[in-house]
Design a protein around this ligand. Structure first.
Ligand SMILES: [Mg+2]
Length: 308
């Protein structure tokens, strides 16, 4: 299917802008590239979230990044001025893994390749999280002993972890040799956008190594997996997906995720995506709307109030 004309929310007529904001009750926003860049701020994004809240929208945040501790998320949202922000308003892979572990009643300890902050989130939920910490250099002579399974695990967890090591990956494959041990994965992004000028490799290739070697397919609980959509629908009581607007800066993760879940989708160009990518995408991969930034909602609401 060829590309179609995606409307910019500020190019809609005043009447269409009104129809657009009346077409959703819930807004779910990606964080990095939408509310801020990984290491720098984006202008007026908190104000935009407040404009949506003032219009009666429920606003939640859905990130593939569990590398940040809960307190830092709360501080970041508070710092950019988002009103009434609570930790429960953000979903990220460590939380969706915890949801999955509880829902599927996994009682045994889990072996985690997640970040320390991700592990902390899962532990706080009452799960016995085991990790592999190596104090000395790993050598071929010691590798077998270091990576030997210590006991039966209920699951292996995988997520973005800047301190991931070869020994941890090798140990995970040994736990996954037990077919009763589940395999649950969070962040599968292949890029790690740091700032406008710097993008680094993401973590999907390490996951691919584990998949290829173990012959196991993980249950993915991050964007763009539909399972995350089911989790969000349950946690945030989303009655009608069509009345939810998903806002993100990635065609492959945010827009794809929103489309997979039946949400309306808005691509913002403040992060990783270039407008050419959107025009080149086939119609079924394009968002419903686009904007330069989530901050365009400030002008959109000003237009609406001027014209009513
Ligand atoms: Mg993003």
């Amino acid at each position: 299917m060829s590309a179609r004309k995606v409307p910019h929310i500020l190019k809609l007529s005043a009447e269409e802008q009104k129809e657009f904001v009346n077409s959703f009750d819930v807004v779910m926003c990606d964080c990095d590239g939408v509310m801020w860049m990984a290491t720098s701020p984006l202008p007026r994004t908190g104000e935009a979230a407040n404009a949506l809240k003032d219009d009666g929208k429920r606003v939640y945040f859905v990130s593939n990044n569990s590398e940040r501790p809960e307190e830092e998320y709360v501080n970041k949202f508070t710092r950019i001025g988002v009103k009434d922000f609570q930790a429960s308003h953000i979903m990220h892979p460590a939380k969706s893994m915890l949801y999955y572990i509880k829902k599927h009643n996994i009682k045994q300890p889990v072996f985690s390749l997640c970040s320390a902050h991700g592990n902390e989130t899962i532990r706080r939920g009452g799960v016995d999280v085991r990790t592999l910490v190596t104090k000395e250099d790993v050598e071929i002579a010691t590798l077998d002993k270091i990576t030997r399974p210590e006991q039966k695990m209920g699951a292996v967890l995988y997520d973005i972890n800047l301190n991931l090591t070869y020994a941890q990956i090798a140990a995970a494959t040994r736990y996954l040799a037990d077919k009763d041990c589940q395999f649950i994965a969070g962040g599968t992004d292949w890029l790690l956008p740091m700032s406008k000028d710097l993008t680094l490799p993401g973590f999907c290739d390490f996951l691919d190594t584990i998949k290829r070697f173990s012959g196991r397919e993980p249950t993915i609980v991050s964007k763009p997996a539909v399972l995350l959509g089911e989790i969000l629908k349950d946690v945030y009581k989303l009655a009608d997906p069509k009345r939810c607007l998903f806002v993100g800066d990635s065609l492959t993760h945010d827009v794809r995720f929103g489309l997979n879940c039946g949400f309306q989708t808005l691509l913002v160009l403040s992060g990783g995506a270039h407008i050419e990518e959107m025009w080149q995408a086939s119609a079924e991969n394009q968002p419903h709307f686009y904007a330069d930034s989530i901050a365009d909602f400030i002008e959109l609401y000003a237009n609406i109030s001027k014209n009513t």
